[in-house]
Design a protein around this ligand. Sequence first.
Ligand code: F6R
Length: 617
Amino acid sequence: MCGIVGYVGSRPSQNILMSGLARLEYRGYDSAGIAVIGEDGTLGMRKRAGKLSVLRDDLARTPLPDGTTGIGHTRWATHGGPTDRNAHPHLADDGKLAVIHNGIIENFAELKAELESDGAVFASETDTEVAAQLLAREYHRNGDDLEAAFRATVNRLDGAFTLLAMHEDHPGLVVGARRNSPLVIGLGEGENFLGSDVAAFVEHTRSALAIGQDQIVAITPDGVRVTDFDGGEVEVEPFEVTWDAAAAEKGGWPSFMAKEVSEEPDAVANTLRGRLRENTVAIPELDGLDELFRGIHRIVVIACGTAAYAGQVGKYALEQWARVPVDVELAHEFRYRDPVLDAGTLVVSISQSGETMDTLMAVKYARERGAKTLSICNTQGATIPRESDAIVYTHAGPEVAVASTKAFVAQITALYLLALHVGRVRGTLPADVQAQQVAELEAVPGKISWILEREQERVTQLARWMADTRSVLFLGRHVGFPIALEGALKLKEISYIHAEGFAAGELKHGPIALIEPGQPVFVIVPSPVFSAQLHDKVVSNIQEIRARGARVIVVAEEGDAAVLPFADEVLHIPLAGPLFEPLLAVVPLHIFAMGLATAKGLDVDQPRNLAKSVTVE
Ligand code: F6R
């Protein structure tokens, strides 16, 4: 949460900062601000509550003197409401020092009291301003040495933070630090960048450095120096950003979400690429881990939100193909309940951003307790993969819309690849079963494209008709259950409509009381070809709710005639093997949520109260 960008070089920095912030706006959008050391050597700052466009309009009306050193911030409020005053940057040292921050400084109250007793006066309610005032005090105590003062400051802070600072006495220098919060360096020619993620600078350079935990970086136009919190020099890992700036552009689509839903086939295809071999799966990143996979007796999947639903789908594949018991846990619940972990437990984390604080903390907790950790992640150089023993990247490309769509199908794909890889290594998968699953996986991108081509318009039309709906229920069984949960989450998240997902079999244990005449219910119907028994059970559930007046919208395989008499609407998906239906059934649900939010005139990319990367607990 919160997007951060820093620049030093020879070009005017304001446009660079503003376009970096535009690419990071998905991280928070309740206020934004920039600070620039102008040509005249003085520090100028502008910040405004509201989306980035408010700041942009303000700067267009009353320009800020430009200069070649600057920092910028887009905020998701934690301490203090989303006001001009609480927006970042925060200034100190009589307006000569500017600080921006992502995260939460947990000991801010105690530090604030200490600074106030020293005479400091605060202009905002934020924890960030405490860091700014502390840095100003340390700056003078350290002979105006910004880097030394910054080191002294971060060593006093508890909690999670990425901080950037600059001082007008030091044009051409931006310092940054990170603890449990993201920060990457972009390397240019005679210019350097800092960003919460590579999107901040990918239009200028694809050459990047990932900074580790508890490290400080100082960038100047010609150099980058990384040290630890004690001042020791640190070697940093360079990496090449694999996608270009265009991948994170809307490119003619009405929204990032529309673009990203259209990219679901590619997200699956790109995640499969290089991992399928002659009727089997071999994930090169997992070479050398056979012993580990043979030795495990349990897998715990940890994730949040949509990623956790991907985990719930993956559980079926991991248990069926690799024959390992799997528990799926919400990361924020997992580490607060003293879970049983040992060296025979493999903890698989799933995160699009790789920065979700709850998931990161759960991974660290699991490692400290002796479990092995494997990260399924979509973002190169992110913190969670860096903190894990092994990584399987999803290759969905940058996901900008707050609601996760293409990353979800990529996560399920990666989990299926993992299940097939581990199953092969453990010898639990006969060759013909492997070959069958590989063929199913290879067919998924084409089948998703089929849904987009054939059903998108119809689903969108249905969403328009239902724009006044106040509540929608989603039902599924087996792998359809997590898809029901995902359909409900997506709808409430972007259209602000009450929605609930249930296991279809659970209905008669309570939720059926919600059914009244006209209540819309989406039902994900399992394949009659591959799961006749499950199919018939779900058709019985449909009859139960129809009898009570529900309006039934089914997501069913093309050719499933048995379901037609009981459905008010049928959304078709192609025939797919037993575990592959989730990758298809979710597509109409993503389209539906997007269509309904659009029909209500809402911003589908930036829903209220949310941010894409949840870097606070
Ligand atoms: C829902 C959504 C969230 C994320 C969750 C985890 O559409 O996007 O529920 O799935 O916040 O985020 P990552 O995957 O970045 O850890």
